[in-house]
Design a protein around this ligand. Structure first.
Ligand SMILES: NC(=O)c1ccc[n+]([C@@H]2O[C@H](COP(=O)([O-])OP(=O)(O)OC[C@H]3O[C@@H](n4cnc5c(N)ncnc54)[C@H](O)[C@@H]3O)[C@@H](O)[C@H]2O)c1
Length: 234
């Protein structure tokens, strides 16, 4: 009971790197993702049902989050949660994107982590479990930012995490990365000018973030936020 860790958005990108590190450390993982094809391939790469199982769900709607939570509660064996699924709208951002679209981005990046954590709280609490939220440097500071909905949601996720510092029945923590050395960011970084690269800094290694997430799950302090900016290596 209580031994598996749920990784949202675990079928690809940073979520997959986190799942891989958890499995390497002997944990079972439940990958929750909307991409069924990627999910199947990733579960297989992680060693199949002994170590990893996939759960399909869309976390950009409240209904999708509730459905996924019901399936996880029915399993009864969840001891940790990594709220990793998140991201920008693909083309237009607030205020050019319509309200339905930017509100779905707010749901994915803020409401889903809060709601999933809330719905799983009784099970996590019984297992003395922990939650790690994946924030973003886009949620820090006061500079102009290209995706106001993403910036607002990630800033909210940060404060959601620190606000729960007083709750030790379930430890809620966060990692806040800068640009991560995954395929998409690598391409974007390669297209930057020299001064732009200086501003962004070197990319952060996904395996370093995965290691930080595992450390927080094992022994982090409630409300702890680990910032990993500008190519940070621990
Ligand atoms: N990539 C970066 O440079 C970067 C920088 C800072 C923070 N982050 C944060 O790190 C996390 C992971 O980023 P990434 O670049 O690996 O993401 P990604 O875009 O590569 O997506 C990872 C996974 O999330 C799944 N996903 C996306 N929307 C979903 C939804 N509505 N419901 C369920 N699953 C969904 C995708 O199918 C995919 O498998 C996000 O929270 C992101 O905001 C990323």
């Amino acid at each position: 009971m209580g031994t598996n860790i749920v990784v949202t958005g675990g079928a690809a990108g940073l979520g997959y790197a986190i799942a891989e590190e958890l499995v390497a450390r002997g944990r079972g993982v439940v990958l929750l993702d909307r991409d069924e094809t990627a999910l199947k391939a990733s579960v297989e790469r992680l060693g199949g049902r002994d170590r990893a199982v996939g759960l399909t769900g869309d976390l950009s709607t409240v209904e999708g989050v509730r459905t996924a939570a019901s399936a996880l509660l029915a399993r009864g064996d969840i001891g940790g949660l990594v709220n990793n699924a998140g991201g920008w709208l693909p083309d237009e951002q607030y205020p050019d994107a319509g309200p339905e679209r930017w509100m779905a981005a707010l749901t994915l990046n803020l409401t889903a982590p809060m709601l999933l954590t809330h719905l799983l709280w009784p099970m996590l609490s019984t297992a003395a479990g922990a939650v790690v939220n994946i924030g973003s440097s886009g949620g820090l500071g006061d500079a102009a930012y290209g995706s106001p909905e993403y910036g607002a949601a990630k800033a909210g996720l940060h404060r959601f995490t620190t606000s729960l510092a007083g709750r030790t029945d379930v430890r809620v923590m966060a990692v806040v990365p800068g640009w991560i050395g995954l395929e998409r960011a690598r391409k974007q970084w390669a297209a930057l000018t020299g001064p732009e690269r200086d501003e962004v800094g070197p990319l952060v290694h996904p395996e370093d973030i995965a290691a930080a997430v595992c450390t927080l799950l094992a022994s982090g302090r409630a409300g702890e936020v680990v910032e990993m900016l500008n190519g940070h290596r621990p």
